[in-house]
Design a binder for this molecule. Structure first.
Ligand code: SAH
Length: 513
């Protein structure tokens, strides 16, 4: 564990109901500086990735309703780490103060003299209902909403936590019942018995706001049977009231082009976050499994020599966004600034690389139409003859660009970052593949394709291209996949991540049509 900051504090943070995009900005901010994260079962492991790599991660609950740590063990861990001067994030599903025992934890912290802050979250009653296309209030239909726990059996007579169900049966608005799926028949029966019309619209939403969201609608009378038929289970939210009828016109999440698709992202670690966001914005679930890691160089001598001698070059050529970032960062470390590249012509292999330049207010003079080494070499051929070209790239990869340009120009190739293989895939992702709960694997280069093939257990390799579809970034990548016996179901037309995502969306659209 890293040195502590000294100020021990616990942040009770609401993680939202599942979609990692529903974490608040404040929540993200405290996670990014956390030294310890104590988390419940969360739909998204992506939130944990926001915490620094060296932060201690403590899992308090394995799955909904099954805690790995008891409440007193959780309380003790929070106090212990805060007293040691650490910044602790207690990450809880939804909102910490809505059926989350957040208040109990906060009270324990206060009693122990530990500082705490509460960062509210999007509670399921608001987030899950919205993603399922049901407004909890509506000017014409519901002017009140009640959040209710269905944890206790309304038909049990000896329960001192018993809710006043006859008041709830008369409640003039929407009823949103948390933790109600196991007692659904009893809940519906009780409300009907106490006078709520059995024709009242009702819905159950399982795993709301994430790719496997499922919704069953009906009435108080027939919902339990329909839910049993569809085999819905926890976590699920019950919504009772006429707002359920708005769903046909308001459902938007399930209508997204990639809704329900579970897609493995094999991109290098530092690009996986952006890649995942593009997928999630279209309703997919992104499963992050980087096959290569981007790291700083071990030896900067060749790069530093090139930077010190920049005035002798005519061209600076980049073949990745990483190359741009690492080169310009190093320029700064060497005590130089953008004026050092002012006299140079700049080339970028594709739009993502050009965009990385643009982030530094630099415009690429050459971006080939087709984003590959051959095309870049061809685009440069006419312009670089007899000139000095600096090729800034990863420490490994195809050498075709250097080979082609060397026939015309003086080319110096320097590594600006290191591209290393991941030693293994995240176990959770391998489990998902083995369980058949993955729809797509994305491949964005030949190296990534080969690496993924090597990392996958023997038994799973043969599923790729069959039950799991393959999406490829370009014909070069497709060829690499086919050499390994993997059939490609979608290939990007524009050789970028966005192009690849579009190709998947088109394929999914065709299947649906
Ligand atoms: N503090 C949480 C609630 C914890 S109780 C919040 O504010 O949302 C757990 C219950 O919340 C589950 O049994 C279920 O009823 C509901 N819930 C949480 N996440 C959900 C999801 N993604 N989909 C459906 N229901 C969810």
């Amino acid at each position: 564990m890293s040195e502590s900051s000294g100020l021990g504090i616990v942040y009770l943070v609401g993680a939202g109901p599942g979609d990692p995009g529903l974490l608040t900005r404040r929540g993200a901010e405290v996670l990014r500086s956390a030294e310890v994260v104590v988390y419940d079962h969360l739909a998204s492991a992506r939130l944990l990735d926001l915490a620094p790599a060296q932060a201690l991660r403590i899992c308090a609950g394995k799955s909904i309703g099954h805690m790995t740590l008891s409440q007193s063990e959780i309380n003790a861990a929070l106090v212990e780490h805060a007293r040691a001067g650490r910044r602790v994030v207690r990450l809880k599903g939804g909102d910490p103060f809505v059926f989350g025992r957040g208040a109990e934890e906060a009270e324990h912290l206060r009693a122990s003299g530990v500082l705490f802050q509460v960062v509210p979250g999007v509670t399921a009653g608001v987030g899950v209902t919205a993603y399922a296309g049901m407004p909890v209030t509506h000017r014409d239909m519901a002017s009140a909403v009640a959040f209710v726990t269905g944890h206790n059996d309304p038909e049990a007579t000896d329960d001192h936590h018993r809710l006043d169900w006859s008041a709830l049966a008369r409640f003039p608005g929407t009823l949103v019942v948390y933790m109600g799926v196991t007692r659904l028949p009893s809940l519906c029966r009780t409300l009907i018995r106490l006078g709520k019309p059995d024709t009242t619209p009702a819905a159950l939403v399982e795993a709301g706001t994430i790719a496997r969201q499922r919704t069953v609608t009906g009435t108080l009378a027939d919902l339990p049977e329909r839910v049993a038929e569809a085999k819905l289970g926890p976590p699920a939210l019950l919504i009772i009231g006429s707002v359920v009828d708005r769903r046909p016109s308001l459902r938007w999440f399930e209508a997204l082009p990639l809704f329900g698709q579970r897609i493995v992202v094999t991109r290098p670690s530092d690009e996986s976050d952006r890649a995942a966001s593009v997928l999630e914005a279209l309703g997919a679930e992104a499963l992050i499994a980087p096959t290569v890691a981007i790291l700083p160089l071990e030896d900067y001598t060749p790069l530093d020599t090139a930077i010190d001698g920049l005035s002798e070059f005519d061209w600076l050529v980049f073949t990745s966004a990483n190359g741009v970032r690492h080169f310009l960062d190093r320029l700064e470390i060497r005590g130089r600034d953008l004026r050092a590249v002012g006299h140079l012509k700049l080339a970028a292999i594709g739009p993502a690389t050009a965009e990385a330049l643009a982030a530094w207010r630099l415009r690429a003079d050459v971006v080939p139409n087709s984003y590959r080494s051959e095309a870049l070499a061809a685009a440069l051929a006419e312009q670089v003859a007899g000139q000095r070209v600096l090729l800034a790239r990863a420490d490994r990869g195809r050498t075709i660009l250097k080979d082609e340009l060397e026939r015309l120009a003086e080319v110096i190739q320097v590594p600006v970052y290191r591209n290393t293989d991941a030693e293994s895939l995240p176990p959770a992702i391998v489990e998902r593949i083995a369980a058949g709960s993955v729809d797509w694997i994305t491949l964005t280069s030949s190296a990534i394709t080969e690496r993924l093939h090597a990392l996958l257990p023997d038994a799973l390799r043969s599923q790729v291209g069959r039950s799991i579809r393959v999406a490829s970034l370009s014909p070069v990548t497709t060829a690499a996949a086919e050499r390994l016996g993997w059939t490609v179901a979608a290939e990007a037309q524009t050789y970028t991540w966005d192009g690849l995502v579009q190709a998947i969306a088109e394929r999914v659209g065709k299947d649906r049509a």
